[in-house]
Design a protein around this ligand. Structure first.
Ligand SMILES: C[S@@+](CC[C@H](N)C(=O)[O-])C[C@H]1O[C@@H](n2cnc3c(N)ncnc32)[C@H](O)[C@@H]1O
Length: 268
């Protein structure tokens, strides 16, 4: 809900300049207005909102490029209220699997029905509780074809998992025989003298209070070495400076050296 509210507010306060999502407000129903009012009252939410807009934009641009290169399956891991499946023009060329906890999916289906957003024929819901079953087992049962080239998006999930769980999922993705791309976001461990420490700590406290504490962060070089060892041959990683340069034309002062990253890694 938190990420979906940020995407909805971005459509209004920044007019979807980074990431245009015509369903972002609709899926929230009446809550969208409250989200916009809350955001207007609290400008400190803007950096996280823009990061969330950037990660979706980066993921969907990379998806379009991958489909042009032959990808035919999309797996939205930890989909939450992501709306890509319901508005993509790539649906005719893609089979789409949304993977999430059963309770979250049931809630999303109610919101979609309330907003009269139809289920695309290409979409399959894959209910999974990662505490009880594996991604491999759940995907196999849903008709996923491991021999087809596949694109995974995994947005806003990695920080909530242990390092072991993150690397094991990335290992599974890297091992799929048809070849894969994966886009995910992660954070660097905070620097000792981090000028943004107070904001980060407040966010960490909020998510922990909501029952979903942050559990992992990664040093960029070490993560790249792990990705390469797992079999990812192409790694594109945008840190704070690259994000500022690419999406904000370098405006906005000196970016922090460490912080939120968005990555695309591919075995093909
Ligand atoms: C912060 S949300 C991000 C949602 C979405 N990707 C987005 O960017 O809006 C994290 C997602 O991970 C899912 N998740 C967390 N723990 C899980 C588990 N044990 N099994 C399956 N999914 C889980 C949650 O249901 C939620 O949809």
């Amino acid at each position: 809900m938190g990420a979906a509210r940020h995407r909805a507010v971005h459509q209004v306060l920044e007019r979807g300049r980074i990431f245009s999502d015509p369903l972002a407000l609709r899926i929230l129903g009446a809550d969208a207005e409250t989200a916009v009012r809350d955001a207007e009252r609290d400008p400190s939410r803007r950096p996280l909102r823009l990061f969330i807009a950037v990660r979706s934009r980066f993921a969907e641009d990379a998806l379009a490029a991958a489909v042009a290169r032959g990808v035919r399956q999309l797996v939205v891991l930890g989909a939450g209220l992501d709306t890509c499946a319901y508005r993509t023009s790539l649906g005719e060329r893609l089979r789409i699997f949304e993977v999430d906890q059963p309770a979250t999916q049931a809630w999303k289906r109610r919101l979609l029905a309330d907003a009269e957003i139809p289920m695309p024929p290409a979409l399959t819901f894959v209910p999974v509780d990662f505490e009880r079953e594996t991604l491999a087992g759940a995907l196999a049962g849903a008709g996923f074809d491991a021999a087809q080239p596949t694109f995974f998006t995994w947005l806003g999930v990695v920080p909530y998992l242990t390092e072991q769980a993150v690397l094991s999922t990335l290992g599974f993705i890297a091992g799929l025989s048809g070849g894969t791309h994966v886009v995910f976001d992660y954070a660097n461990p905070p620097a000792e003298s981090d000028p943004h420490a107070a904001g980060r700590e407040a966010l960490a406290a909020r998510v922990a209070a909501a029952g979903e504490a942050f559990r992992s962060d990664f040093e960029t070089d070490a993560l790249h070495a792990r990705l390469a060892a797992l079999g990812f041959r192409e790694i594109e990683d945008l840190g704070p400076a690259a994000i500022l340069e690419r999406y904000f034309a370098g405006k906005g002062g000196r970016p922090p050296e460490r912080g939120g990253h968005i990555v695309r890694a591919a075995t093909i």
